[in-house]
Write a protein that binds this ligand. Structure first.
Ligand SMILES: [Mn+2]
Length: 339
């Protein structure tokens, strides 16, 4: 257990009205940590407010009731005036807190609880406190370990923290799902969490139209480059036939990665305005960010994208050629050893 946990409650007890913030486009860990913290702080007698820079994401409806969410855009001025300290979770980057960055630079005493390897100079003033543990599988894990040790874990906080822990570890599949994560999950279950119910609420709520769209897309899938490249297409006409909307295409590009032998996947997604969104994924060695950059896009080595205007057949042919060229170079492991 991290010795720094013993400093969290004494730091907080100097204040009454903490403002809780996390990164833009909040994911399960950001929301779960915020809601978990808000519940724990109320156990400590503080009246905490959680503010989001975006709308509350529909997927996480199950934990919406765990906190009173405020909008930074609508309520920011009142929140800034009301709070006497700030707690930032699941990020330590001004860029990810952009709408509040200026406030944070000169704002009230700030505590940071985060698990990312890169950090800005947030939470480093003499009146601040920060706990950054890059070995923690989730920010929720930090809050759970602290509250469990302090005897503050409530059932309401447990559900929110479990959502953070489970989503940031890919429901315990990713390499960050270690012994600490499982120990924490066990404590949360003992506190009342029902994992199967949460899984169903988060991942088994697709509308029928999205499954029909997935089936239609996979039905038209092309397998190229000797089985190493899968090409998927979703056109406006496909959405219409399935009764689907553009929001249902999120994550569809990942459907092909379950197939053995696939290294790269490309999904061509036709927007209403005629723009072709190109989604690229790779599993082990193809740098899809480099491919995306050839088409004016960008992203990460394993997940990237670009937007193209032009004739459908022409755009798809040029992108497929670029991916095939990258695959033809071979992986570093396949390359012949230098003489
Ligand atoms: Mn996280």
């Amino acid at each position: 257990m991290n010795a720094a946990y013993s400093h969290i409650a004494p730091w907080l007890k100097r204040f009454e009205r903490p403002l809780l913030l996390s990164h833009q486009r909040p994911d399960g860990d950001a929301l779960g940590t915020l809601a978990g913290c808000a519940a724990v702080l109320s156990e400590l007698g503080l009246s905490a407010q959680c503010a989001l820079f975006d709308d509350f994401p529909r997927r996480y409806e199950i934990i919406r009731g765990a906190a009173a969410w405020k909008s930074w855009g609508a309520d920011g001025a009142a929140l800034r005036a009301d709070c006497d300290c700030v707690v930032v979770v699941d990020t330590c980057s001004y860029a990810q807190l952009e709408p509040a960055a200026e406030f944070l630079r000169g704002g009230p005493p700030t505590m940071v609880l985060d698990h990312h390897a890169t950090s800005d100079d947030l939470g480093v003033r003499p009146q601040d406190f920060r706990l950054i543990d890059a070995t923690a599988g989730a920010a929720s894990l930090i809050v759970e370990e602290w509250t469990a040790a302090a005897g503050l874990l409530s059932a309401r906080a447990a559900v929110a923290l479990y959502v953070g822990l489970a989503t940031d570890t890919g429901w315990f599949r990713f390499s960050n799902a270690d012994a600490r994560v499982f120990a924490s999950a066990a404590r949360l279950c003992a506190a009342g969490v029902r994992p199967a119910e949460l899984y169903e609420a988060l991942y088994q709520q697709d509308p029928e139209a999205r499954l029909r769209l997935t089936a239609r897309m996979l039905g038209g899938m092309r397998v190229l480059a000797g089985g190493r490249l899968v090409v998927l297409e979703v056109r406006q006409s496909d959405l219409k036939v399935c009764g689907a909307d553009a929001g249902m295409t999120e994550d569809l590009v990942n459907e092909a990665s379950r197939m053995a032998g696939v290294e790269a996947t490309v999904l061509f997604n036709e927007s209403e305005d005629g723009v072709i969104r190109v989604n690229l994924r790779s599993r082990r060695w193809v740098d899809v960010a480099a491919i995306a950059r050839q088409f004016g896009g960008g992203g990460h080595v394993r997940a990237a994208g670009a937007r193209q205007r032009g004739e459908w057949g022409d755009v798809t042919r040029r992108v497929i050629e670029a991916v095939e060229a990258a695959l033809a170079k071979g992986s570093p492991a396949e390359a012949p050893a230098p003489e």
